[in-house]
Design a protein around this ligand. Sequence first.
Ligand code: ISE
Length: 348
Amino acid sequence: RDLRIGIIGVGVMGADHAERVVRRISGARLVAVSDPDLPRATTLAESLGSSSAPAAGTGDGDAIRVIEDPLALIGNAEVDAVIIASPGFAHAEQLMACLEHGKPVLCEKPLTMDTESSLRVVEAEHKLGRQLIQVGFMRRFDPEYAALKQLLDSGELGRTLLLHNVHRNKTVPESFRSEMIVRDSLVHEVDVARWLFDDEIARITVRAPKPTGLVADGVLDPQLAVFEMASGAIADVEVFVNFQVGYEVRCEAVAEKGSATIGLGVDVLTRRAGHWGGAVPDDYRARFGTAYDIEVQRWVDATARGEIDGPTAWDGYAAAAVCTAGVQSLQEGRPVEVEMARRSEVLG
Ligand code: ISE
């Protein structure tokens, strides 16, 4: 039987996931959506529901229910699994409700907004005795990142010493302040570094040059971060969310016997009239569309087997701990040790 999915939050990312589940994911069906903006939820449910949903992903294009209260959606007997795409501040309560109802959940990053509530989620899940939470660090499913990981893990290039990362958005909404740049954008590189090195980040420094003139007063954009891994490796990151040009995410790994770079976007390179060049995507939905499709399909398949096949609640907690230290570093202009519980003490 198809996995019946409910989506909480149908803003940019939630609506993107809704369309994905309906049109491209097999073995799953979108049965309910929830959003404080009821007209938005209703319009989406109507446009993707029975009348216009093509058979591709779901088969039958049944009606999609709008359930105003997100906690009621989680508790609804017709919802087998949940995708949380609400704003970060709502995640903790909604994740706890998913655990209470024993519902598998794919939660967009960040897991929660601070280290303490993230740890409470990890502990509550551990107490249940089975993993139900996957965090939406979709880069792990991007074919380029996956190939880079495979290359580094093969040992062909020797030990990995450094990562250089660039993370640029064309623009972001005005509500995006300095702290959000750390917790919402830089958090992706936090996960990438932990995943590629298979190691925790022990210390973080986040500095900012004199900001671009194209942001509100007081917003520190761009930012430059340095992660010191527990094993001694180092990663640097430029994160610039009002770059104006378009969306760019690059990562170069420097190892003992070579280096490897991803994210050059070279597959649309053109040569014309004495110039060469290509297109720069507008945002992450274009750049990481395939990663999101793979992420959600693998989540659906693993959920059917009662398993987790991606970043766990612990990964979400670790990222929250690093970002908390990162925000402190940005404010104080000095390196800050990452404080987090020992994995073995929490998870046994
Ligand atoms: C957004 O929430 C994302 O997750 C994007 O991948 C990231 O590039 C962007 O900076 C975030 O705001």
